[in-house]
Design a protein around this ligand. Structure first.
Ligand code: ADP
Ligand code: MG
Length: 244
C-alpha cells in the first residue's frame, strides 16, 4: 500500500516584494498529529510563508498540497475558507461581545444546534474552561483567553493548525504550562501543526521537526536534538546557543 501523503506539503514556495525574495524556494511537510516549527530570526519570512498557506497571500511560484491534493499554484487556488486550516496568532482577538461558548461556536454555524453545543462543551472541557462558558472574554486572564482561542480554532476540526507566535504575548510564568496544554490538546485532536516562532527554546520544547529559516531560505531541518547538537553553521549554532 502506498504511504499516506503528508497532511500539508508546500513545494518550492517563493514570494517577492518589490523584487526582493522574502520567501525563497521553501519546501516543507507536516504529518497528522505532528508539530513542525518554522524557526528563525525576525524578518526571515516565517509569517509570509504561513499567510500563503492560509490563502490570505499568494506565492509567486510553488505549490501547496493538502492530503496530497493540489490546493494552490499560480494557476489554481482554493479559497482560504475551504482549506480546512485553523489559525492562531499572538493577538488571539476573541470577540468581546460574545460569551466564551459563543466564541468557540463561532465557526460552527453549519452544524445543528445540539451538535454545536456538544462540540463547544467537549472543547471547553478539554481546555479546562467549561465553567467559564457563559463568561465574557474580559473576565478571563491572558492564558485563559488563549485557551479559548485554541478551542475556537479547533471547533470546526481543521486538519491543519497554523500558529504564528501564539505564546509570545503571555506571561513567562504561564507560558510553559500553556505550551504543554496546547500541545496535548492538538495531539488529542490529531491536528497537523505548523508553528512559527523566533525562539529556539519554544521550538525545542514543542517540535517534532524544526525547519530553520534565514533570509527567506531553509538552511537546515531535522529533529530538535539533532539541530541543537549538529548546527549547520556558526550562525545556526549561535542561534541555538541562546538556550543555555
Ligand atoms: P517573520 O515573520 O519571519 O518575522 P515576515 O514574513 O513577516 O517575517 O517578513 C519577511 C520580510 O518581508 C520582512 O522584511 C518584511 O518587511 C517583508 N514583508 C512582509 N510583508 C510585506 C509586504 N506586504 N510588503 C512588503 N514587504 C513585506
Ligand atoms: Mg512574523
Amino acid at each position: 500500500m502506498a504511504e499516506a501523503p503528508p497532511r500539508l506539503e508546500i513545494r518550492n514556495i517563493t514570494r517577492q516584494f518589490g523584487g526582493r525574495k522574502v520567501v525563497d524556494d521553501v519546501s516543507l511537510s507536516v504529518a497528522p498529529g505532528e508539530v513542525t516549527c518554522l524557526l528563525g530570526p525576525s524578518g526571515c519570512g516565517k509569517s509570509t510563508t504561513l499567510r500563503i498557506i492560509a490563502g490570505v497571500d499568494m506565492q509567486n511560484s510553488g505549490e501547496i498540497y493538502i492530503d496530497g491534493k493540489l490546493i494552490c499554484d499560480t494557476q489554481f487556488r482554493v479559497p482560504p475558507e475551504r482549506r480546512s486550516v485553523g489559525m492562531m496568532f499572538q493577538d488571539f482577538a476573541l470577540f468581546p461581545h460574545l460569551s466564551v461558548a459563543q466564541n468557540v461556536a463561532f465557526g460552527l454555524t453549519k452544524s445543528r444546534r445540539a451538535e454545536r453545543a456538544a462540540r463547544v462543551h467537549e472543547l471547553l472541557t478539554r481546555v479546562g474552561l467549561a465553567h467559564y462558558a457563559d463568561e465574557y472574554p474580559h473576565a478571563l486572564s491572558g492564558g485563559e483567553q488563549q485557551r479559548v482561542a485554541l478551542a475556537r480554532a479547533l471547533a470546526p476540526r481543521p486538519g491543519i493548525m497554523l500558529m504564528d507566535e501564539p505564546f509570545s504575548g503571555l506571561d513567562n510564568r504561564l507560558r510553559d504550562d500553556i505550551r504543554d496544554e496546547t500541545l496535548a490538546v492538538l495531539k488529542e485532536e490529531g491536528t497537523a501543526v505548523l508553528l512559527v516562532t523566533h525562539e529556539p527554546e519554544e521550538a525545542m520544547r514543542m517540535a517534532d521537526q524544526i525547519v530553520l529559516m534565514r533570509d527567506g531560505k531553509v538552511v537546515q531541518r531535522g529533529a530538535p536534538y539533532n539541530m541543537y547538537n549538529a548546527p549547520v553553521d556558526r550562525a545556526a549554532a549561535a542561534f541555538f546557543s541562546d538556550l543555555n
